[in-house]
Write a new protein. Sequence first.
Length: 187
Amino acid sequence: MLSPVFFVVFFVPIWFGVLAVPSAVILWILFLFMEFSDAADGYVARKRNEVTDLGKVMDPFADVISHLTCFVCLSAVGIMPVWIFLLLMYREFGIVFIRLLMIKEGVALAARKGGKIKTVFFAIGVGLGIAVITLERMAVLPEAEAVLRIVTLVVFGIALVLSLSSFGDYLRVFVAHMRGKDNQAQA
């Protein structure tokens, strides 16, 4: 629900030339709230043994919406290369498609370990990107901003590799499920 708010707050200084410093602070608050509430939600659900099929599908979907929104913002200002954004977006929609096919088969495919690790790198990359924006909007430490841009790019590159690797894992699980179903049908 906060993704559209993040998008607007991100672009207000660009669209109107005002509120650069306050927008950076608000971006941090929104980003940290989105990430920590996601982690807390999953932790509480597991701790209370309240993991549901709906939650297995909705939680990763909410993550995709928030991260893709952040990626659009960071790509628009040149912090994330567009080609990385496109590959990440294709992967995310591919996973959504696989999950839909699995749901059709009566299986709620939860986030897998590789997907969770990838999500951590997404969050680190977005946090670094917001740090770049913060330095830029506050007009401080231009040398640090330049170094931080490079570090952010490296983290997004790692996230891309992890993302594509985890896509292969999800695809493997899907294919194995479908082969198992075909073997059952033939028996």
